[in-house]
Design a protein around this ligand. Structure first.
Ligand code: ADP
Ligand code: MG
Length: 653
């Protein structure tokens, strides 16, 4: 004897709502053979829909056994059940349960998507089915543009899409006018003629009379069964395995799936354009600010580094005062002497050693008084500082030996004393009431990296300055210029040794190396850039939370759609993928727009004079972050959607 297609054995179903447990089915036992046309009748609330959900594997019984084609469905997991639904059952619901945002064609195609049918085959089949059902001219209409009878026919076509063996119809005519109702019933009879097993659930005796077999149910118990008629179609032995899913087709379909998922995502996002735009805005702002902040931060860093490098990286700076003390800054220590500079200048790999002695003085030319810094130094200063005269000449060795009263003015000083127009060369200025002749004007140098005006200075010969203006013998610094930079460390040590020796072994001076100073500053600037970047990252995070929010709303709003997809065979993975892809599509679009906006904004800032550095790093980083945000924040809602119970999802409103 071949086994029945469906065998229910003592099924019960108890709904648990909070503390309250309602038992709806009390031990239903029933066999249905392949090819039967069965009507299950009962009054409203008698448990018919509950029974249909169990029959269609949308729900599991509380107790009892359900064997389909000999296999106990209690042993199947979520995905195996999804697979069984997809290959075996076609559902027709009283309220049609079509996806509102999809066209008639797309609705019919849904089960085939999850079956991994190729696009062309799917289209052709959906079109054929709809045309057969008289909807050939309504393929592109959305459910809201169709009458009830037409919608129900779409759902019949959907039920047939995967060539279901069993059609489960729950009050299929309940919402239809009598003519449409008759049409649908005729359709069901025809399906039965073609060998399908049809189970129709109804409270209407007239509807039930179309079936070959009538089962009445009251308060969750079968009270009457008209019994099987003569065994209908012969030969179709039901016992074919189904649990071993067609894995290979699924794999092949996975890639096409992704394309399909992106299309579905775009459609879903389009359906809620305003909300999508708002979410996009969050991501765009986040990504754009990351791009802009990092471009500004890197630009600022590069600017500072450039300015410092312009001072020369081949310099050692010798200052008085023991290492790691700051006393030298106020000039209190008088340990560094001009002789030290001379000693250093003798060393290998040293191009020059420029002594500097600083003081302040008041200058007077005509009626103009001006206070500025006096730097007494040697003729090598222009070379060491990479800073020439704009006009006239710089100090020379002879000026120093002669204690000549000559001065070279910085640009700012010249401007303040003589104005723009007059030529100060050859004129005399009084420095602390001593007349000095102006022999040169320095080229304009601009602000130092630390902000002070480097042009606000007067250079005089070392000896003259020491004796007549500053009144000290010790130096404020020696700048040592190195020839071969690769030997910088060695040379620095040599300078240290030679000065140490002349100071009788007391290390009362310190040497700093511009290259390492540069490193320090670069590091500080990196920290600054990181800070900017993190602020921007926070806004990206906020954008991500926006994505999560919209996806959660999406899931809640489209719970019924999820239920429909599950009923037609979508597996957990399909639903998960669909919602993650939606989140990713939003983030990716937002990411691209954000990068464009950010680059545009940075370019505008650059046009306005802000230092900007464009590097691919931040752009990729920002886009990557947006994508990751979509993935991370999209996962939770997607997970929520994918693990809904099919019945619960279907009955959502
Ligand atoms: P029918 O389809 O025959 O009208 P149903 O199977 O839909 O009846 O419902 C049978 C009974 O089970 C009703 O009393 C209904 O209130 C109850 N019921 C149905 N679904 C649930 C549920 N998810 N939670 C709690 N009670 C439910
Ligand atoms: Mg019902």
């Amino acid at each position: 004897m071949s086994q029945p297609l469906i065998r229910l054995d003592g099924l019960t179903k108890t709904y648990q709502t909070g503390e309250l447990a309602t038992t709806v089915l009390h031990g239903v036992s029933l066999d249905i053979d392949e090819g039967e046309f069965v009507a299950i009748m009962g009054t409203s609330g008698s448990g018919k829909s509950t029974l249909m959900h169990l029959l269609g594997c949308l729900d599991k019984p509380t107790t009892g056994r359900y064997c389909f084609a000999g296999e106990d469905i209690a042993e199947l997991d979520r995905d195996a059940l999804a697979s069984l639904r997809r290959r075996t059952f076609g559902f027709i619901f009283q309220s049609y349960h079509l996806i509102p945002s999809a066209t008639a064609m797309e609705n019919v195609e849904v089960p085939a998507i999850y079956a991994g049918l190729s696009r062309n085959v799917r289209h052709a089949r959906a079109e054929q089915l709809l045309t057969d059902l008289g909807l050939g001219d309504r393929l592109g209409n959305r459910p809201s543009q169709l009458s009830g009878g037409q919608q129900q026919r779409v759902s019949v076509a959907r039920a047939l899409m995967n060539d279901a063996r069993v059609i489960l119809a729950d009050e299929p005519t309940g919402a239809l006018d009598s003519q449409s109702g008759k049409d649908v019933l005729a359709l069901l009879s025809e399906l039965h003629q073609r060998g399908k097993t049809v189970v129709v659930i109804t409270h209407d005796r007239e509807v039930a009379s179309h079936a070959d077999r009538l089962i009445e149910i009251r308060d969750g118990r079968i009270v009457h069964d008209s019994g099987k008629p003569e065994r209908p179609l012969s030969g179709s032995d039901a016992a074919t395995g189904f649990a071993a899913d067609d894995i290979k087709t699924e794999r092949r379909a996975a890639l096409a799936d992704t394309g399909e998922a992106v299309r579905m995502a775009l459609r879903a996002l389009q359906a809620n354009l305003f909300r999508t735009v708002l979410t996009l805005l969050g991501i765009v702002i986040g990504v754009a600010s990351v791009v802009v902040m990092l471009a500004v931060g890197n630009g600022a860093r590069q600017e500072v580094l450039d300015r410092i490098s312009s001072l020369g990286t081949n310099l050692l700076l010798v200052r008085p005062g023991a290492p790691n003390t700051r006393r030298s800054v106020d000039g209190q220590t008088n340990t560094l002497m001009p002789a030290d500079a001379e000693l250093a200048a003798q060393l290998d790999n040293v191009m020059s050693a420029v002594p500097e002695m600083n003081g302040r003085a008041t200058l007077r030319a005509g009626n103009n008084d001006y206070q500025t810094q006096i730097t007494a130094t040697s003729p090598e200063l222009p070379a060491a500082r990479d800073w020439g005269v704009a006009s006239g000449v710089f100090l020379n060795a002879e000026d120093n030996q002669r204690y000549a009263a000559v001065a070279v003015l910085g640009h700012t000083v010249a401007e303040n004393l003589f104005g723009d127009s007059a030529n100060p060369l050859g004129e005399y200025v009084l420095i602390n009431n001593v007349p000095f002749q102006v022999i040169g004007i320095m080229a304009e140098k601009g602000a130092a990296p630390w902000g002070s005006d480097q042009d606000d200075v007067v250079f005089v010969p070392l000896n003259t300055g020491s004796l007549r203006l500053i009144g000290q013998r010790h130096l404020n610094s020696i700048t040592v210029m190195i020839d071969d930079l690769s030997q910088a460390e060695l040379t620095q040590e040599a300078v240290r040794q030679v000065i140490l020796q002349s100071h009788g072994g007391v290390e009362d001076f310190q040497i700093r190396n511009m290259a390492s100073l540069l490193d320090n500053i670069a590091e500080t600037q990196n920290t600054f850039t990181m800070l900017l970047g993190s602020i921007a990252a926070i806004s990206l995070l906020v954008g991500g939370i926006g994505v999560m929010n919209i996806m959660l709303v999406n899931v809640t709003e489209r719970t019924r759609e999820i239920g429909i997809r599950m009923a037609t065979g979508a597996r957990t993975r399909h639903i998960l993928q669909q919602f993650i892809v939606e989140a990713l599509v939003v983030s990716a679009i937002g990411g691209v727009l954000g990068v464009l906006v950010g680059l545009g904004f940075a370019a505008a800032l650059q046009a306005l004079g802000t230092a900007i550095q464009f590097t691919p790093g931040p752009v990729l980083l920002a886009f990557g972050c947006a994508f990751a945000t979509g993935l991370i924040f999209g996962y939770m809602p997607a997970h929520k959607a994918a693990h809904l119970d099919p019945v619960v999802a279907l009955s959502a409103d």
